[in-house]
Write a protein that binds this ligand. Sequence first.
Ligand code: ARG
Length: 475
Amino acid sequence: MALWGGRFSEGPNESVAKLSRSVHFDWRLAPYDIRVNIAHVAGLKRAGILAAEAADSITSSLQELASEVASGSFTYSDADEDVHSAIERGLVAKLGELGGAFRAGRSRNDLVVTDFKLYLIDHLLEVAHEVVDLATAIDEAAKANIDLVAPGFTHLQHAQPILFSHELAKHSHALLRDVDRMKDWLSRNSISPLGSGALAGSSLVPNPEIIAADLAFAGVTRNSIDAVSDRDFVAEALFIFAMLGVHLSRIGEEFTIWNTQEFGWVTLDDAFSTGSSIMPQKKNPDIAELARGKAGRFIGNLTTLLVTLKGLPFAYNRDLQEDKEPIFDSVEELLTILPALRGMIQTAKFNGEAISAGVLDGHALATEIADFLVRASVPFAQAHEISGKSVALAESKGVEVHELSDSDFAGIDSRLGSELRQTLSAKSAIDSRGSINGTSSKSVTAQITQLEAKIRGYSSWIASERKRFSGMMGA
Ligand code: ARG
């Protein structure tokens, strides 16, 4: 059903109808579209544009339509241009001419942004919920391995000993930043564009702030031209999703490496691995690889939108219809990958022996030698040089630096006394890093306590926002 046509001598050419059509993807907005229309009809009733009786029967038909959409008994047809026309067709089928009365004073331009914002609020909260669950699963794995020592890497080379729990928990910290961005997104974008009309505001609905409150928005946009053109909230959401995707890709990369025969640090559960069609022995970490691979499309979706917006004239242009598919794609892919990745981590077996085995390889205690000298008042540049010489001697002898004898050390520098030996263990290296951000057992335990407090905070924020939102939708 078309929402326009009076000034046209004929309907659109078939190729135009096909090009123009968005209902096959924007149908996802149907529940929000109906809810926004209910709020708009209440506004028309308050303004005396719709008589109470007419407004009430439109509202109850919209409510009926909402249940039919939810159950699938009402859906779009080939002839519908977009979700808005499909909903109006449904209403006209119930009410006849009255079904066309409800869109007075609003345009699809303000409607579509309002629908889309509601969709995003709803789904951002769902993604946030999944991200917190993933951060929690990683936190659990960290706690289960709290004192396991591991080599820490820079440049994918052994660098310094760390606790494996510190290594794991870093991902939870990154993921909670994503959740924090979502919270920040909501605090900035919870403003309703409805009442902006096509571009100039509405002469029929005088109080958009009442409608905004009805839809559980925190406020109303203050420039109608900006409001129908603004897709910053879409770009911001796509950035949040892209950044989250990058974080997931780094988790995926790490598990892929840990799962190799060479590392053998992690054994993935059969239910969270896949096989090969030709090599019967293969058990591949495809979930981790897909987590890594999806990042590309999330970044692509952000790029798609920014390129669409660049240089676009103000108020509504049809280019803006291209804003939705990138979001739908990012949301749906994230909601698919997040639970799979969580399950993979929850069921993974971390092989403690393999993880700790090489902790001192690669002269990983060389920094301890330099730090020991600095504590004995040697300037760091000199201490670095002396430790480097120790490494060179160890290399020439084919041993690790901590395996040099007391007399080897004394021969390099007289200040490398026998007390040095106490600092030359993974445990000592780890325990000595006891600052608030460090890898000592005490530090990591305190960090995890703090992490869990943050997780609880975000969880209760998400739960209360979701409750508020579903209350509004059910109203
Ligand atoms: N399907 C359109 C979109 O998604 C709805 C708005 C149409 N507005 C217009 N003036 N043609 O952007």
